[in-house]
Design a protein around this ligand. Structure first.
Ligand code: HPA
Length: 274
């Protein structure tokens, strides 16, 4: 089976089991799964049940797909993502996004945990990604183009939807949620960065660094799917006083900020016209 046929089989499986239409797809990052508790669930699946979907490996990722209603829209929430550092290829990493689009999703919301490179952005705060720099060594669009999904040379002049981001900033203002805006750089991981690398990443124009999101956004751009992405800044990557990375702390900070993210996404979804 080629990539297109596998995608079609996954989509057919989900349609046969009750997915009739999707307005918004949501990919939830590390420690950021709480949004799903607000979904009025119609159906849910473990990733392992869905044909041709890889099984999530990182233990704190649940690997669950939830279909239901949130804020008046039909949402498809992917709780747990496939990271490149786990050994998946890029085609596997972007499968959830492609399946979502093929099921009709009109927009994609993404969250992730990221390190802050900008001294003004403290840990525990949220950053709306306005643009990205891709430092991953592979690309989901490499190889024969999937013409049914999009063009050979998708442009990347606005991969993060300006209209949806503006709505999200309105929500943040109205609800008093501090929300920065900045550039996200994706690195392969799984090791964290050296001090020299943090200096380098800051110098090339990034405000936050993480190991995800960019492949999904590239796949979404290919399909002309509007997206917004928010980083929860879980640690401060100051090269002059760098502390050892503490995964437990990162998860704790993410979980503490998670209710704000949930509030932001829920209200954005409610205000979206799709
Ligand atoms: N670097 C890369 N990925 C991350 C970081 C970081 O400092 N923090 C959270 N995810």
């Amino acid at each position: 089976m080629d990539v297109q046929e596998e995608l079609e089989a996954s989509v057919a499986y989900l349609k046969e089991r009750g997915i009739e239409g999707v307005d918004v797809a949501i990919v939830l990052g590390t420690g950021l799964g709480g949004l799903v508790e607000h979904i009025k669930v119609i159906s849910e699946w473990n990733y392992s049940m869905i044909p041709h979907l890889p099984v999530a490996t990182v233990e704190f990722h649940f690997g669950k797909l939830i279909y239901g209603h949130l804020a008046g829209k039909r949402v498809l929430a992917w709780q747990g993502r496939f990271h490149y550092y786990e050994g998946y290829n890029m085609e596997q990493v972007v499968k959830p996004v492609r399946i979502s689009r093929m099921l009709g999703a009109q927009a994609l919301l993404i969250s992730n945990a990221a390190g802050s490179l900008n001294p003004d952005m403290k840990k525990g705060t949220l950053m709306c990604i306005e643009d990205h720099i891709n430092l991953l060594p592979e690309n989901p669009l490499r190889g024969p183009n999937l013409d049914l999904l999009g063009d050979r040379f998708p442009d990347m002049c606005a991969p993060y939807d300006l209209r949806l981001s503006a709505i999200m900033f309105d929500v943040a203002r109205a609800q008093d949620i501090p929300l920065y805006t900045g550039v996200y750089v994706s690195v392969p991981g799984p090791q964290l960065e050296t001090r020299a690398e943090y200096r380098h990443l800051r110098l090339i124009g990034a405000d936050a660094v993480g190991m995800s999101t960019v492949p999904e956004v590239i796949a979404a751009s290919h399909m002309k799917m509007p997206c917004v992405a928010v980083s929860v800044l879980t640690d401060e990557c100051n090269p002059e006083k760098l502390a050892p990375f503490d995964l437990n702390e990162v998860i704790e900070v993410a979980q503490k900020a998670e209710p704000l993210l949930t509030q932001l996404f829920s209200e954005l979804i409610s205000r979206m016209e799709v």
